[in-house]
Design a protein around this ligand. Structure first.
Ligand code: F6P
Length: 342
């Protein structure tokens, strides 16, 4: 078969590992010819395609990012975009497409599948917010990067009696924040699923200081929401999928805490550092398992499906389910973080 791949949306550690696995099994076991589209859906819209083989992926297992490049291009927002994608697939004799991405990329894949395109999806996002899979690769690496940073920030917090507000990614779900808070020993963790009251946050920090604990780490998810009327956060621009560009709450929160408590407070925005660099062993293994399962799905003709992790097993689920709803933090996990607040 002639199989194409693309990586869309925010890149994340493990993308190269998935593609390496697709190519390895595709070429050596199934005798496939593999190609890659550059920069997410922009590649098939513009006909930007390149050959891929086992050699292409030499040395890429520990490499972060994606050697194919990525973008947030939405073919359904580009004039004739979906038609151009289909025409490119025909023109290059593509029998199947493996789309590796998060909610947006897989949403497009799902629509194309419903329109008859032979697509298999692979879930990717550091946010871990896809409901059809227990975990996405990239999440473990992102959490580890946050925890490494928090471990180092404890030093400044303790030596200078400061409150350190650490803003982490995760969009509208608090997975990264909650896991980083538990593993990093945070004083507070503010997530989108639990709107917060800044006065209560300050009260907790004051109580902590009252006990002689002058160093505090507050983890705040970029999508955390203040309770109405308690705090104001500016809203930003939107991307081609209509998602708000998040970020900035850490700084605003740090200023509010310092103004209300008088305690010296600093904000650290971890930003894209969380997506950078080499994937953890866990993410490499998960990505490799997904890649092998994706090329198997192609050869089983399981189009319109996505590979997913459920109960430790790799399974196939309908692509439509992947994007049906946002996976939020399990309240039981957040309650574990809460035990250590204050
Ligand atoms: O979806 C992954 C993610 O890293 C989010 O956590 C974050 O809000 C967003 O992408 C950032 O996107 P960009 O790289 O376009 O700034």
């Amino acid at each position: 078969m002639r199989v194409a791949m693309l990586t869309g949306g925010g890149h994340c550690p493990g993308l190269n590992a998935v593609m390496r696995a697709v190519v390895r099994k595709g070429e050596t076991v199934y005798g496939d010819e593999l190609v890659g589209f550059r920069d997410g859906w922009r590649g098939p819209i513009e006909g930007n395609v390149e050959p891929l083989d086992v050699e292409t992926f030499r040395g890429t297992l520990p490499r972060g990012g994606t050697i194919l490049g990525s973008s947030r291009t939405n073919p359904y927002k580009v004039e004739g975009g979906a038609e151009k994608v289909k025409a490119t697939l025909d023109e290059h004799g593509i029998d199947a497409l493996v789309a590796i991405g998060g909610e947006d990329t897989l949403g497009v894949a799902s629509r194309l599948a419903a329109e008859g395109v032979a697509v298999v999806g692979v879930p990717k996002t550091i946010d871990n917010d896809l409901s059809a899979t227990e975990l996405t690769f990239g999440f473990d690496t992102a959490v580890q990067i946050c925890v490494d940073a928090i471990d180092r920030l404890h030093t400044t917090a303790e030596s200078h009696d400061r409150v350190m507000v650490v803003e982490v990614m995760g969009r509208h779900a608090g997975h990264i924040a909650t896991w980083a808070a538990i593993a990093g020993g945070a004083t507070q963790c503010l997530i989108p699923e639990r709107p917060f009251d800044v006065d209560e946050v300050c009260e907790t920090i004051r109580r902590r200081h009252g006990r002689g604990r002058y160093a505090s780490i507050v983890v705040v998810a970029e999508g955390a929401l203040p309770k109405e009327g308690t705090f104001s956060v500016a809203s930003g621009e939107v991307d081609a999928f209509g998602h708000a560009r998040l970020g900035g709450i850490g700084d605003a929160l740090a200023k509010a805490i310092e103004a209300r408590t008088g305690f010296e407070t600093r904000a650290i925005v971890l930003g894209h550092v969380q997506r950078g660099g080499t994937p953890t062993a866990f993410d490499r293994v998960l990505a490799t398992r997904f890649g092998v399962a994706a090329i198997d799905a192609v050869h089983d003709g399981a189009f319109g499906s996505m590979v997913a992790l459920r109960g430790g097993e790799i399974v196939r689920v309908p692509l439509a389910d992947a994007t049906a709803e946002l996976k939020l933090i399990d309240p039981a996990v957040y309650e574990v973080a809460e035990v250590f607040f204050g």
